[in-house]
Ligand binder design. Sequence first.
Ligand SMILES: Nc1ncnc2c1ncn2[C@@H]1O[C@H](COP(=O)(O)OP(=O)(O)OP(=O)(O)O)[C@@H](O)[C@H]1O
Length: 327
Amino acid sequence: MASLASFSTISSSSAARLSSLRNSSSNSFVLTKSSPNSIKLLSTPPRQYKRLVLKAKANSVIDAPTTSYINDVSDSPKVLLEVKDLTAKIADSGEQILKGVNLVIYEGEIHAIMGKNGSGKSTFSKVLVGHPDYEVTGGTVLFKGENLLDMEPEERSLAGLFMSFQSPVEIPGVSNSDFLNMAYNARRKKLGFPELGPLEFYDYISRRLKIVNMDTNFLNRNVNEGFSGGEKKRNEILQLAVLGADLAILDEIDSGLDVDALQDVGEAVNELLTPQKSVLMVTHYQRLLDIIKPKFVHIMEDGKIVKTGDISIAVQLEKEGYKGISS
Ligand SMILES: Nc1ncnc2c1ncn2[C@@H]1O[C@H](COP(=O)(O)OP(=O)(O)OP(=O)(O)O)[C@@H](O)[C@H]1O
């Protein structure tokens, strides 16, 4: 559902159908690669779910559901995401955008990707969540040891991947609270938890709203409809706070935010972090990295990561621009 929450290809007719599914709590709904503009009802779990070894863990009944490795008793940090020589093209035009991306993220690590406009940062992020605009042409991606590229977008979400998009989608006719409630319950159901009733959910989401510093009025408004740029970004982080994720991919969450909102959003992300949770941020500016502090900063150029270092890369970039960053 995180992928549904974020896919910008969702159409208003899909939203209307989503709206009509409000009381259909026995079903979950997903966007699929084959029909990215429609919402598909799943009355039975697809074959692939059986393949997924998901062990739900939650500290309390009312918590953001998440997953972890099964039978995992060791304390040593584990590889969460391993990307090897990933290449991908635009499905429609066939234009190759990713030209061999390599990246390893361990549990609990924060990574940032920077790079000139058009270097492929968003494409990389969207390929990871299975966006249908792109076709993988080579390489491998393992998420918690499973072949991520083999999973449908909703499976990736259930496995613990979340992406907040650069341009969050509006869903007319569907209130934010209904949307989050459905998304959250669909996720709980798939992970084997009982669904939350409206009162329990209201209690849960009220606490999440506080983390993001959002007014409860936003729950009654249609998803992102009429939201300012900054409010949309905050709403994306609310979705992350509600749904939970082991790896949150944040694509330019700092764009369009005023200084106070940037601080709020950055602090909200920090508050959601645990020693196991990881973040992959795409940004152009050091200011976000001063709040959500990355262990590694990568520079992407022409569809590849050409340089990796620490925050000093971002500091240098701020001072000298990309001409000062030699690969
Ligand atoms: N769906 C698409 N259709 C056509 N072209 C696309 C599509 N997605 C990406 N591209 C092209 O691929 C290239 C990389 O785009 P991408 O959005 O990944 O860059 P970026 O590094 O995120 O840029 P920015 O910093 O400006 O957000 C660009 O030239 C873009 O126009």
